[in-house]
Design a binder for this molecule. Sequence first.
Ligand code: GDP
Ligand code: ZN
Length: 457
Amino acid sequence: MISDQDPIVAIATAAGRGGIGVVRVSARQPLDGLIQALLGRALVPRHAHYLPFRDADGGIIDEGIALSFPAPHSYTGEHVLELQGHGGPVVLRRLLARCLQAGMEMGMRLAEPGEFTRRAFLNDRMDLAQAEAVADLIDASSEAAARSAAASMTGVFSAEVNGLADRIVHLRMLVEATLDFPEEEIEFLEKYQARETLAAIQADLARLLSQARQGAILREGLHVVLAGQPNVGKSSLLNALAGFDAAIVTPIAGTTRDKVVQQIDIDGVPLHVVDTAGLRETEDTVERIGIERTWAEIGKADVIVHLLDATRPGPELDAAITSRLPPRTPVLEVVNKIDLVEDGQIGQAQAAGAKRLPVSARTGQGLDALKRELLAIAGWNPSAESPYLARERHIHALLTAANHLELAAGHAAQSDRVLDLFAEELRLAHEALTSITGEFSSDDLLGVIFSRFCIGK
Ligand code: GDP
Ligand code: ZN
């Protein structure tokens, strides 16, 4: 187990070459001695000093800017020193080695991934949801994702969560005060409009949950699986969506034997589209393995596109595929190759009642509608309030809180005395919410969260 007491150092900028590279030191104890040893002079706090960085023998490693941030006014809340030099891998490694050497007496060691941010959390510079957003901002793969990560990082999401938690605590305090005076219990609910207050909290929690779900879509992306009989045009559709040839297209059925994944971006939402082996009865062992994998992919999908061929209805096989699709995953039925049929003929392939989207992977007809429909069926709502780049963990906690509030509402609706149960459900809802910002988080959870960061952050 690493110690949160050690002075740490790391290269804080990305690996590889760049105009600027930063080496960062953080320590509980003041860094004056280290600064003197490294730079041969003292630094004015938070002032940029242009200096040579020298090795132990006085040879110049680089020239750059040194910045000192004494505790607590720093990223980590500890004493921080930043050396900004040129961004070459060799020069930065030399600078790092020099810091380790100069800090040896202090017990300086290399930082673990996410350790700077972990310290910022431990020193109350940010809460857990904010710390997670730092990593999400760095990892953001689209502009929309970066925007919502930034909102979470600056504490907008945390403030909403804390606001709800405070309202729950307030209601709970009222109930618990009443519990000591049994004769007043019955009037309590009316007197303090407890049911109405609870309903308002539930409504706001539901809104926050929906914003968090939008954010989860931005963060994780949507897993879309293209499934259907061989030769209906799955690979062609993937290529048309991606805008270049990612999958092999041939007129021979059974060509795509393994999966091909393509990342595409629709309105800032990342989609991972999986092209699969066509689903049919087959004797070919290799192809059969591909088909088994297809079913595995289908099981993991957020959205399934069941592709049909307008020229070749084959309704029995498609009905067989439909019957095996997981019941809870949204399915979009798409009819391809409409460039080959007369208007209206597509109707032949249509099962009664099912909504089907006509497209042509060849001409691009219907692709825009398909993209819009993909987002809509996955629950993406572009007009919703700004999403928060929430994680599975946050959504789970929000859902848990919502369930306990639901149970509390159930107790409040009963006429006999259930106020202690009402209070207990409020307590559990509150506990779930505070787990988001990390008020009561275990070391294990912290370890899992921060180990996924990059080094130097
Ligand atoms: P997959 O087996 O489902 O992946 O099907 P492919 O994408 O390999 O396509 C099978 C054949 O159908 C190829 O010859 C494609 O060129 C053709 N094809 C695919 N989509 C269309 C389309 O929209 N219109 C026409 N005319 N041909 C298509
Ligand atoms: Zn294919």
